[in-house]
Ligand binder design. Structure first.
Ligand SMILES: [Ca+2]
Length: 210
């Protein structure tokens, strides 16, 4: 790996020390440069980190903010408009009041949807496990906006082949594809799936549309 490219006579132990220090420094640098300018609404100590069970993921800018609670991730993914979302991620998928709240936030003329929640992706079937609240900056699918990501690994590498249920938001139906660039098997555009069948733990690319 990296040590194979070192050809300047650095000793093995020195190389190892440099590599070790690099590993220690990397997360702090990453968090400081990539996320410092986008603290989560109602943020906590977890805001702006890539660790945490519940993350808000901007599919347009690739910004990722992770939190200890689902409610905080929803606050971030709705631009701070919904700060009293469900505490339990699982209940959000079946919460009609929450869905209306999201739709209102995304279509309000008074607050054009600079930040629009477009889907909640779950780690496990039946809307369980960790979540990734996907959001965009071009309005709701109801208003005609579409979103796409050709490879989820550019957003969040360790969520490749991990999604096992999902719920579309803001009028978006979501198509999940087995491979990058919308290849392989697919779910078809669906507003929600609590069990993705053969597509469980397979998603590598996604599209959102009305
Ligand atoms: Ca895949």
């Amino acid at each position: 790996m990296r040590t194979s490219t070192r050809r300047l006579g650095t000793s093995t132990s020195a190389s190892a020390a440099v590599l070790f220090l690099g590993l220690l420094a990397a997360p702090a640098t990453y968090a400081g440069t990539a996320f410092a300018s986008s603290p989560g609404a109602g943020g906590t100590a977890d805001a702006g980190k890539t660790t945490g069970r519940h993350c808000a993921v901007n599919v347009d800018t690739e910004a990722v903010s992770c939190y200890a609670t689902f409610r905080e991730a929803i606050a971030k993914a709705t631009g701070g408009r919904i700060t009293d979302g469900p505490e339990e991620a699982r209940t959000a998928a079946a919460d009609a009041a929450f869905e209306r709240q999201v739709n209102t936030a995304s279509t309000s003329a008074a607050a054009p949807a600079a930040t629009t929640l477009i889907s909640i992706e779950y780690q496990h079937p039946d809307y369980k496990g960790e979540t990734r609240s996907m959001y965009g900056t071009r309005g709701s699918c109801t208003s005609g906006a579409t979103y796409k990501r050709a490879d989820i690994r550019t957003l969040y590498a360790d969520w490749n082949d991990k999604i096992s249920s999902f719920k579309g938001q803001s009028g978006c139906r979501v198509n999940h594809y087995e491979h990058s660039n919308y290849g392989g098997a697919q779910t078809g555009y669906k507003s929600a799936m609590k069990d993705m069948g053969l597509m469980e733990d397979k998603t590598t690319s996604l599209r959102w549309a009305k």
